[in-house]
Design a protein around this ligand. Sequence first.
Ligand code: CTP
Ligand code: MG
Length: 228
Amino acid sequence: YQYFALVPAAGSGSRMGKALSKQYLPLAGRPLIAHALETLCAVARIKAVFVVLAPVDDEWLRHDWSVCGDKLVPLFCGGATRAESVANGLRAMSDRVKADDWVLVHDAARPCITPAHIEALLHAVGDDPVGGILAQPVADTLKRADSAGRIEATVARTGLWQAQTPQMFRHGMLLRALTQNAEVTDEAGAIEALGQRPRLVAGDASNLKVTWPQDLQLAEWILKARNH
Ligand code: CTP
Ligand code: MG
């Protein structure tokens, strides 16, 4: 089997509240998405990096992606939800990929992913029949709120993890999972719905998802601190 990456990047970034889609916002001097794409393309074991873009995306064509080399494959097949974008991407890439090849699905909105994070995932999942995801144990105390914004209960955080990406599964199983269950917010959720138990691989908080405007500054600080 071989390794491939699939980067969903067809969202609009509504929580960011900017006219430009989140994936193209400037971050440390480049479009936000460029950071993750360059990191994934630099991993020798990853044969190709497929990017799922909105069916009409003029912004993609405005930038120069040549630093990513010839591994990068844009697919203009984004859907209405993240899960749909990933499923469309898996279908569009199926002529290059076999059912038991690994696909690492990584959010365009996680620009601070490092080669070390990716190597940790590849190493820990290894020959696993199911696959696994980068994640982080929950550190904060968790509260369940009532509709009036008061605390109804404290939720025990023992055994709770925050899911990150990449999420690494076999192409065939992942496409089957997402075709059967599209009401999921990550790939692991769809695999779990098949009755499988994906592996959790400890990452760290630097692999944050840029969601709100203040996340941009944090991500920029992380990227710049590494280059010093
Ligand atoms: N994504 C996608 N197709 C969609 C929705 C999201 O490919 N229909 C992608 C986003 O581009 C992003 C990743 O999935 O890289 C994670 O989604 P999220 O952080 O929620 O990004 P957006 O959906 O763009 O942001 P928001 O939810 O604030 O609108
Ligand atoms: Mg979203």
